[in-house]
Design a protein around this ligand. Structure first.
Ligand code: GLC
Length: 753
């Protein structure tokens, strides 16, 4: 349809019809099953009201979608098709590593490929919009949803976020194999007090704008078609009723002109927040804030027509919302083809096809972070079956040995039982030197993580399992333990006060490592963990996050050295839970930091732990070693006055500075390094972080190979929200750091003039 046709349609629609477009419910209203991702309130609709609903969430079944769409188009007074939306967060049926792991890849191109595959699988299922990417900045590992975010750094999150938007949407969401993306959760949901799920968020203007808006802005600039308001209050105003946030900032300053949807029941929850007296006021506040679609409640459906007729809400607010919704449906091509790509036959050839599984297998090792590898316990030195007999006997054990659940929450595989387990992939290698043991339960028996206690091994059964594992460990040359959080310990509604592995697993590690010092721990987790004891007991520690459909194979590819783990931490690992929230780009402060190795009074930090992280942002090892030359600069002065001017001015100030290092692979095998570039603004009108990531590059070199790695520094990279609230740079001295992780001291200085 043309814009004129859309406008004509809008003018012809009744008020009830228009409000119906602003409502999203689950397919249950059409009597169909769906994935319920929030409190499932009872919604009883009349036939007439059901016919007006504008979108549904929670199904990725092409037959269900086609059936509902056919019925909906027939019943809707102007035959307006529905939008179908789904949480395709880490992939649809081919499941990729969680986004926190994607952040560790520092590889936006790979992230884009995974999103493009997810879009092809989801659109073939009939999905039009995915509720992704989640780009909340996360700096508190106690929060369960850190697994959905690329991590703690604004620049890295921005690069990954824009890549995901491009992967989902392509150049035109109406093309086959594309879906509209939805940036979420706007805004600041990743900073709840205490890491407590859904709790209040208090952020200063500088912190909010300098750090928390960056990735959302990148997604807007990438053309993201939707945004979702967050559950939380931001400085005491819930996002779904926050006009400043949603109209002035998101639409006015950031330039977002897409559809704004509330999070699940967030409009009605304005009552519980104490910002609305009842559902009618909740509807009024939300539509005034600019929320276009009310997800999973009927606050709009039941109240907006009357609010408009009574003159309390201008019909123009309804019209602007519906205009955006109709424009999205039109850009998806739904008026011409309400079913878009939904095809029950084709989808069977698309879902989990070999090419997609291959990408899932190749991408996962880029996200794995090798946190420790003392004495080079990894890769495993196992006989390749050529009869040389030189191999070692290896015990594989732990609760993840036989688990299919190698994926993140927000994954809805139709056949999870078909996801290969580690034992299955190991047995396919057909190597007689492998031993197997369960080792222990995932959790203490009767742990309550859901609505009912989870059954696991009893204490007595755990003792038996550990004893059995120890007997085999005694005869093995090496031991690999597959350990980690239970899948229900991570994701939405899974904030934790403890960041440690479940106790049965720690007991297994303690006992086995006492019998065999060549013990390797492979960790499945959706968050940073407290690993001090794990790393005291295990000779090697490999963090594989939640690697997805081909996770087992990818892990074996790394354990046996077919490929290397090349991820670097996108979120700091703490020494203790008490350090949270924790992130590298902190402020210098007025005094030295506390160090346990040099304890002195009146220091910044704690008296019982070092100040800094146990594993820093950007940290991680591979299977080779790299050396860095000192940082070289193409000029000592950067011109701030006219950043678009080429060359240098009379004072010798350059419009751009190139900072470079020469990187050398000093090891014995080909490997990948993630070269990281940080900047520090030594003085400012407000205090400035000790350093901030401004560039990164994945570099693969052969043994002995050297390469110059340049980074261009320009004045816009130095801008921030200054004391007077304006956004810009300030003259002065800067340090540029280029190295292996956020602790590098390989630096050079320049001046902005
Ligand atoms: C959930 C989540 C949100 C998700 C939505 C729809 O509660 O907060 O991320 O997209 O509901 O499932």
């Amino acid at each position: 349809m043309t814009a004129q046709d859309l406008e004509k349609l809008l003018q012809e629609m009744s008020l009830e019809e228009k409000v119906g477009q602003m409502v999203q419910l689950s397919p249950a209203v059409y009597g169909k099953d769906s994935v319920i991702t929030g409190p499932a309130g009872e919604v009883a609709l009349t036939e007439e009201k059901t016919a007006l609903i504008g979108s549904l969430l929670g199904t990725g079944d092409p037959e269900v979608i086609r059936r509902i769409q056919k019925e909906a188009v027939a019943r809707q007074p102007h035959h307006i098709p529905m939008l179908f939306m789904l949480d395709v967060i880490n992939g649809d049926q081919t499941i990729f590593p969680i986004n926190l792991a994607l952040g560790c890849s520092f590889d936006p191109d790979m992230a884009e490929r995974t999103a493009s595959i997810a879009a092809r699988e989801a659109s073939a299922a009939g999905v039009h919009v995915t509720f992704a990417p989640m780009l909340d900045l996360v700096r508190d590992a106690r929060w369960g949803r850190v697994m959905e975010s690329p991590g703690e750094d604004p620049t890295l999150n921005a690069r990954i976020g824009e890549a995901l938007v491009h992967g989902f949407q392509g150049e035109n969401v109406g093309e086959p194999g594309r879906v509209a993306a939805c940036l979420k959760h706007f805004a600041g949901y990743g900073a709840p007090e205490g890491g407590r799920e859904y709790d209040n968020v208090e952020l200063s203007e500088q912190t909010f704008r300098n750090d928390y808006l960056t990735a959302y802005q990148a997604a807007v600039d990438a053309g993201c078609r939707m945004a979702m308001t967050s559950f939380n209050t931001l400085n005491r105003v819930p996002s779904s009723a926050n006009r400043v946030l949603c109209r002035q900032i998101l639409r006015g300053e950031m330039g977002f002109d897409g559809v704004l949807i509330s999070d699940y029941a967030a409009v009605e929850e304005l009552i519980s927040h104490g910002i609305a007296a009842d559902r009618r006021e909740a509807a009024k506040l939300a539509v005034e804030a600019g929320v276009d679609i009310d997800m999973m409640t009927t606050c709009y459906l039941d109240n907006l027509p009357d609010l408009v007729r009574s003159g309390e809400v201008p019909e123009a607010l309804v019209d602007e919302a519906v205009r955006r919704i109709l424009r999205l449906k039109n850009d998806l091509g739904l008026f011409e083809n309400p079913y878009k790509d939904a095809d029950a036959a084709a989808v069977q050839n698309v879902w989990c096809c070999d090419a997609f599984r291959k990408e899932a297998r190749a991408s996962a090792p880029e996200t794995f972070v090798l946190l420790k590898n003392k004495e080079n316990l990894l890769p495993l030195d196992v006989d390749t079956g050529d009869g040389s007999g030189g191999g070692e006997k290896i015990l594989f054990a732990g609760p993840y040995l036989d688990s299919h659940a190698l994926y993140g929450s927000w994954s809805f595989p139709n056949h999870p039982e078909e996801i290969p387990t580690l034992r299955e992939r190991l047995e396919q290698r057909g190597d007689g030197r492998f031993l197997y043991a369960r080792g222990c339960g995932m959790l203490p028996d009767k742990t309550v993580l859901t609505d009912h206690p989870l059954s696991d091994l009893t204490p007595a059964q755990n003792v038996e399992a550990v004893d059995a594992a120890c007997r085999l460990a005694a005869e093995a040359d090496r031991v690999v333990l597959f350990l980690g959080e239970h899948i229900r310990q991570t994701g939405e509604g899974a904030s934790r006060t403890s960041l440690r592995l479940p106790e049965p697993q720690m007991e297994l590690l303690r006992r086995v490592s006492a019998v065999n010092r060549n013990t390797i721990a492979v960790l499945f987790t959706g968050r940073p963990l407290v690993l001090r004891e794990v790393e005291q007991l295990a000779g090697a520690v490999l963090c594989v996050w939640r690697p997805g459909t081909e996770g087992a194979q990818a892990i074996l590819d790394v354990l046996f050295g077919e490929t290397e783990p090349s991820g670097r931490l996108s979120m700091s690992f703490p020494r203790a839970e008490g350090q949270e929230p924790l992130y590298y780009s902190r402020f210098q402060g007025g005094r030295p930091r506390f160090s346990a190795s040099d304890p002195k009074a009146y220091r910044i930090g704690y008296i019982d732990e070092d100040y800094w992280a146990y594993h820093a942002f950007g940290a991680g090892e591979g299977y080779t070693r790299f050396s860095y030359s000192p940082v070289s600069l193409s000029a000592a002065k950067l011109c701030g006055a006219d950043p678009d001017r080429a060359g240098t001015d009379a004072s010798g100030a350059a419009a751009q500075i190139t900072a470079a290092v020469t990187l050398t692979n000093t090891g014995r095998r080909r490997g990948t390094e993630i070269v990281q570039m940080y900047l520090r603004d030594r003085t400012g009108s407000v205090v400035r972080p000790v350093r901030e990531l401004k560039g990164f590059r994945r570099v693969t070199l052969d043994p002995g190979e050297s390469r110059e790695i340049p980074f261009v520094i320009a004045e816009p990279m130095l801008r921030f929200i200054r004391l007077d609230g304006t956004f810009g740079s300030e003259p002065g001295l800067f340090d540029v750091y280029i190295g292996h992780d956020s602790t590098t001291d390989n630096s050079a200085a320049f001046a902005l003039v």
